[in-house]
Design a protein around this ligand. Structure first.
Ligand code: ADP
Length: 501
């Protein structure tokens, strides 16, 4: 629960920070991080040094006073001061001690009566304090009161006595508490030193802070500089659409950004080139039949009294060109449809055997016209989830090509088979074959191995591009094997059930 609320608080904080506009700047973030990283050790060091000094100074002062008081306690016993406070020596010693430590010394006897007070205000009064009572029992204590600026100490006044009160023999001697000393010493001098130290530390801190600020500003500027350079280079590329690759080698990160942008630029260029090439190819292909028609029409118009047979002949040529123009436009429209997303697929369960048979029946007259034998073999019954219109285009394009690019008395063999995952359609022919160096290009739009022959037999160079696109939309594959003058075999593999991306 606590962890969750912690994460929630961090997310909220991040959200708040991202909303503060000036914190969105990388420069400000770097500046703040450097400032914080520089200032934290500075401030904590100042605090630690002052604390340490205070602790050491108080402890030194305490042990110093303790030593002095122990000596004094011995003198008090020697001069029987607890019984008679008239001793000049002790009184001088006491006043010296109290002025030395800017404090107050009280001598208290075993009856808790104050026999001497260096302030002279509490003499003969009874002192009832826990520390003094404990001190009479032999316990010494010290206490540092920081707020009021003094150290308070209680030291027992002890006398060493022999058992039975005699003076002789060290053995069996014991310490007897005769009274207590209560001392409060001022710590003003320690505080004054600390104030001076604190002031010095503050001055040094301010100097260090200014230095850190300058260094942070310079470092932030230096770190941001490569990014500013890459932004400028990108702006330049965008303004002029320059072909020069972007290169900012100041740091690895900007190099990576430059490389990534160059890759995008390269891809854009390839797409742009291919678009331009496609547009020029389309224009050329569409222009050719129109040019032929214009030539035919012009030559008819240029002649007077043209016989009706010539008219008919020319008009049938013009009709042929119109048919060709129509085919190109239809193929282009099919290709444009294929370029759309897979969402445009109209998937349904289709009996592939029936579909192939239907296409074969439709193409048989063309095959007969060219004296090409059309054979169909099906290894099993195949039903697949496909877009019927697009798969029809695939099969008819391949079979039509096999008929078109065949030889006289040639054959085309279509074989259908399937496993548990794919159905395989093989279209083999005994035709002219495809040269090895052209095999990789046959799927390109408007590519034809022999332009004039293809044109003669009504090819547009778009058939295989449409075929490949349709197969890829179904997540299938197409493979070709060919030998010039021997024949070509296309193998198509398509999943039985459509797998969306
Ligand atoms: P086209 O409309 O010209 O037939 P395609 O894209 O269908 O265009 O085919 C591209 C080229 O590939 C054809 O021009 C032809 O040179 C070659 N090709 C396609 N199929 C065959 C085949 N079965 N045998 C020989 N060459 C073929």
């Amino acid at each position: 629960m606590c962890g969750l609320s912690g994460v929630w608080a961090i997310t909220l904080l991040k959200d708040k920070i991202s909303k503060i506009k000036f914190l969105k700047s990388l420069r400000t973030r770097i500046l703040l991080i450097l400032l914080i990283v520089g200032l934290i050790p500075c401030v904590s060091m100042r605090y630690a040094i002052l604390q340490n000094y205070e602790r050491r100074a108080v402890s030194l002062r305490t042990s110093d006073i303790t030593t002095q008081l122990r000596i004094l306690a011995n003198h008090l016993i020697t001069y029987h001061y607890l019984q008679d406070t008239s001793s000049e020596v002790i009184n001088a010693e006491l006043s010296q001690l109290s002025s030395l430590y800017d404090g107050r010394v009280m001598i208290i006897n075993n009856d808790l009566r104050i026999v001497k007070d260096t302030y002279g205000i509490s003499e003969n009064k009874t002192m009832i304090s826990e520390e003094v009572v404990r001190c009479i029992k032999g316990e010494s204590a010290s206490k540092y009161d920081r707020d009021n600026g003094y150290i308070e100490m209680t030291i027992p006044i002890t006398e060493t006595v022999a058992p039975g009160g005699g003076e002789s023999g060290a053995a069996g001697r014991r310490e007897v508490v005769r009274g207590a000393m209560l001392v409060s010493a001022s710590t003003d001098s320690i505080m004054a030193t600390m104030d001076a130290l604190s002031r010095q530390a503050l001055i040094i801190g301010v100097i260090v802070m200014i230095a850190i600020l300058i260094v942070s500003v310079l470092a932030a500027k230096m770190l941001i500089h490569p990014f500013e350079k890459i932004t400028a280079a990108l702006d330049k590329a965008q303004e002029g659409y320059t072909d020069d690759p972007i290169s900012v080698t100041d740091c690895i990160e900007t190099e990576h950004i430059g490389d990534a942008f160059n890759r995008v630029l390269g891809r854009m260029k390839v797409l742009d080139d291919s678009r331009q090439e496609f547009v020029s190819n389309v224009s050329h292909e569409l222009k050719t039949p129109i040019t032929s028609m214009k030539v035919l029409a012009d030559s008819l118009l240029a002649q007077n009294d043209v016989p009706i047979e010539v008219y008919q002949d020319f008009m049938s040529d013009i009709a042929g060109e119109i048919e060709r123009e129509d085919k190109i436009i239809n193929d282009l429209l099919s290709l444009v449809k294929m370029d759309r997303t897979a969402a445009d697929l109209n998937i349904a369960e289709v009996d592939i055997n029936v579909l192939v048979e239907l296409i074969m029946r439709r193409l048989r007259p063309i095959a007969q016209k060219r004296d090409v034998e059309l054979v169909y073999e099906s290894a099993r019954q195949v039903t697949a989830a496909v877009d019927e219109v697009k798969i029809t285009l695939v099969i008819s394009n391949l079979v039509e090509n096999a008929i078109k690019y065949n030889k006289e008395h040639g054959w085309v063999k279509v074989t259908l088979d399937a496993d548990h995952q794919f159905f395989t359609l093989v279209v083999a022919d005994s035709g002219i074959g495809i040269p090895e160096d052209a095999v990789d290009q046959i799927y390109e739009r408007f590519y034809r191995v022999d332009k004039s022959r293809s044109r003669e037999i009504g090819g547009t160079g778009l058939g295989l591009a449409i075929t490949k696109n349709a197969i890829l939309m179904h997540r299938g594959s197409i493979r070709v094997e060919s030998k010039v003058d021997e024949g070509t075999t296309f193998t198509v593999k398509i999943p039985l059930s459509y797998i969306p991306a």
